[in-house]
Design a protein around this ligand. Structure first.
Ligand SMILES: [Zn+2]
Length: 308
């Protein structure tokens, strides 16, 4: 039997899960993330060693917040990890004897979301975190594109008169709905700035209500963009901001229904009914990394020999 290990590398923590052949999580491990390519590879290897019990064979998938050179394990522009360019698959293989599959973290989360929502043949996972990006997956696996950039929709501008974005444009989806941009525009210190904005808006704060409306507009625009470009069965909202649950989902559905009211074409696409929340309380990124179709099983006895 093959034990599937999935590792989700975040800016502050590395989360690993072990999944059995039925897709059930059997163990999980968490460690702080180090800075730079060597420290990140060390942390990943430690998580794998803790999870890889010597029982049959093991496969490893790793999700990283950066771009992956297609067909390789090379990570580029993982700036949150202090990695400009690194062959992470080779670095982890050198430490553990297991060559992992490496993919973008949001793309891994899309694979995980599809496993958790078996009614959906295809989906786009819209990650609402500090920044915004999407992963697109269907029965053949995740869509990557020729440069590994498929789904990087955060810097599509949907409002030329909107707020300035760090990329130099105005009204990008990320400038309207990214947690980092919202926190910067709000300017009030809070552990969870987007939740603070929603609470203040509920309390009648006019500025907060504007920021909330922008966020909802950005998310609804991203949903429409993803459906019109990929025609997936559903768009799944995930990431930290999706923890707002129905407080986010309901106004997004209302905004989508409002644009549909003015357009028979949009109405025919039933956008409001095609947006759902990712199941809460599941490590969807690590699960998806474990289930990524590129992860190859390794015999553990061979691994021990190779690792010396
Ligand atoms: Zn931008």
């Amino acid at each position: 039997m093959t034990l599937r290990i999935g590792v989700d590398v975040g800016g502050t923590k590395i989360l690993g899960v072990a999944v059995d052949e039925t897709g059930r999580e059997t163990a999980s491990v968490r460690r702080p993330t180090g800075w730079g390519a060597d420290a990140v590879a060390d942390g990943i290897a430690a998580v794998i060693d803790e999870l890889a019990v010597p029982a049959g064979s093991v496969s490893v998938g790793i999700g990283v917040p950066g771009q992956i050179v297609p067909g390789s394990g090379v990570v580029e522009h993982a700036l949150n990890l202090g990695i400009e360019r690194s062959d992470l698959a080779a670095a982890v293989a050198g430490r553990t004897g297991i060559r992992p599959a490496v993919d973008n973290d949001v793309r891994c989360a899309a694979v995980g979301a599809r496993a958790l929502l078996p009614g959906l043949e295809s989906l786009a996972y819209l990650n609402l975190g500090t920044g915004i990006a999407a992963g697109i997956v269907d029965a053949t696996g995740p869509r990557r594109g020729t440069r590994g950039a498929a789904g990087e929709i955060g810097h599509v501008s949907i409002d030329p008169a909107g707020p300035a974005c760090r990329c130099g444009q105005r009204g990008c989806i990320e400038a309207l709905a990214g947690g980092g941009a919202v926190a910067q525009r709000w300017g009030r210190p809070a552990d969870l700035p987007v939740r603070d904005v929603f609470d203040a808006a509920d309390g009648g704060d006019v500025r907060a209500a504007e920021l909330r409306a922008d966020l909802v507009r950005g998310v609804a625009g991203a949903v429409q963009l993803l459906v019109l470009t990929t025609d997936v069965d559903a768009v799944v909202l995930g990431g930290g901001v999706a923890g707002l649950g129905d407080r986010l989902l309901e106004p997004v559905r209302t905004a989508l229904a409002a644009s549909a009211a003015a357009s028979p074409f949009l109405r025919s696409l039933r956008l409001a009914g095609r947006v759902v929340l990712v199941p809460q309380g599941v490590a969807v990124g690590a699960l998806g990394a474990a289930l990524t179709p590129d992860a190859v099983p390794h015999d553990l006895v061979t691994r021990r020999a190779a690792a010396g």
